[in-house]
Design a protein around this ligand. Structure first.
Ligand code: PHE
Length: 350
């Protein structure tokens, strides 16, 4: 191997040893730098005779080119290696599941309320909402509930501080105050027609919402839901209640052979009154009587408090428990699950 080939070889070896770009630049200086070996050889040319100078110069140039090529290759190799290290460090695992946007859903009781509204809506009932902080008048007195009725005792009712005789001072214990509130508005709108001896459009309304009682166990929550129903007209009877509520329950539970039982009961604001029980003919609850609502023909005193003449206007009311309907529909046995806010439970109803 001649001297120039040996020089190229040693440059290659030197470059190969350089593990970093900085090492490589140092190695380069030893061959191509101002005081490098190639530069030195070029300087030596001056001392040679002309004919030798030419061939020697060409040979040195070839060696220089070879070294430059080796340098460029090594630079590229180091850059590639560096890139590889970086790629590894910043690697993405594209097989990991993506971060999804959480999908929300309606609360099971909200689903039930929507269902109730849709079914009664199809039967011509409008939906009304009212205040959860009520006055004694709407919650009790107007509903024919005498002063000494047990429902008024501190035991059942959450009283709010302050409050005078007419000021709102309790958390409504049922949605029945909406019977009065809605009917009074309705009657006000049609007062002129009524006074002139004409008829008003029938009152047909449901009023879903939150209600409150001092009570707490697996089937009672201090906050729970009710849905009131009211139908008042000149010729509305108990058979209409039976028809409407039977139709509702069969549609709600998607069960055409569901059986209903109207069991005599007492409410101050209805007379006669009935608890409504249902009985499934199939499934895990088949054969058992399950109470789902209170109901009855609206008491004449209540009709009067609506601003109507009980000799002319008559109808029925019912109050059902959407929480209980939800439990029955989905087979949930602890009411508290609905209000604990545990997303694992709630997500099952999406
Ligand atoms: N308000 C009654 C309750 O809370 C239910 C009911 C409503 C009964 C309407 C009759 C008529 O239990």
């Amino acid at each position: 191997m001649n001297e120039l080939d040996a020089l190229v070889e040693s440059a290659r070896a030197g470059f190969a040893q350089a593990g970093t770009p900085a090492d490589l630049e140092n190695a380069k200086a030893r061959y191509l730098g101002k005081a490098g070996r190639i530069t030195e050889l070029m300087k030596g040319l001056g001392a040679l005779p002309v004919d030798e100078k030419k061939s020697r110069g060409a040979a040195i140039n070839l060696a220089k080119q070879a070294i430059e090529t080796a340098l460029a290759e090594r630079r590229q190799a180091l850059a590639d290696a560096e890139m590889l290290v970086q790629l590894r460090a910043e690697a993405l695992d594209v097989t990991l599941p993506g971060r999804q946007r959480g999908q929300g859903g309606l609360h099971p009781v909200s689903l039930t309320l929507e269902r109730i509204e849709a079914i009664f809506g199809s039967m011509g009932f409008e939906v009304a909402e009212g205040p959860e902080i009520e006055s004694d008048w709407f919650n009790f007195t107007a509903l024919n509930t005498p002063e000494d009725h047990p429902a008024r005792s501190m035991h059942d009712t959450f009283y709010v501080e302050g409050g005078s005789e007419k000021a709102p001072n309790l958390l409504r214990t049922h949605t029945s105050p909406m019977q009065i509130r809605h009917a009074v508005q309705h009657v006000k709108r049609h007062r002129a027609a009524l006074d002139a001896g004409r008829s008003m459009p029938e009152i047909r309304v449901i009023a879903p919402g939150r209600t409150y009682r001092v009570d707490s166990d697996a089937t009672h929550s201090p906050m729970f839901h009710q849905c009131e129903g009211l139908w008042i007209g000149e010729n509305v009877s108990f058979k209409d209640l039976k028809f409407v509520f039977t139709d509702f329950c069969r549609t709600f539970f998607e069960s055409d052979d569901l059986v209903l039982r109207f069991r005599p009961s007492f409410f101050p604001f209805t007379e006669p009154s009935a608890e409504i029980d249902i009985q499934f003919q199939h499934g895990p609850l088949a054969g058992r009587w399950l109470e789902v609502a209170g109901s009855g023909q609206v008491h004449p005193n209540v009709v009067r408090n609506m601003g109507l003449d009980p000799e002319r206007h008559i109808g029925f009311a019912f109050g059902m428990g959407p929480d209980r309907l939800t439990m029955l529909r989905y087979g949930v046995n602890d009411l508290r699950l609905f209000f604990d806010g545990d997303i694992r439970f709630l997500a099952q109803f999406r």
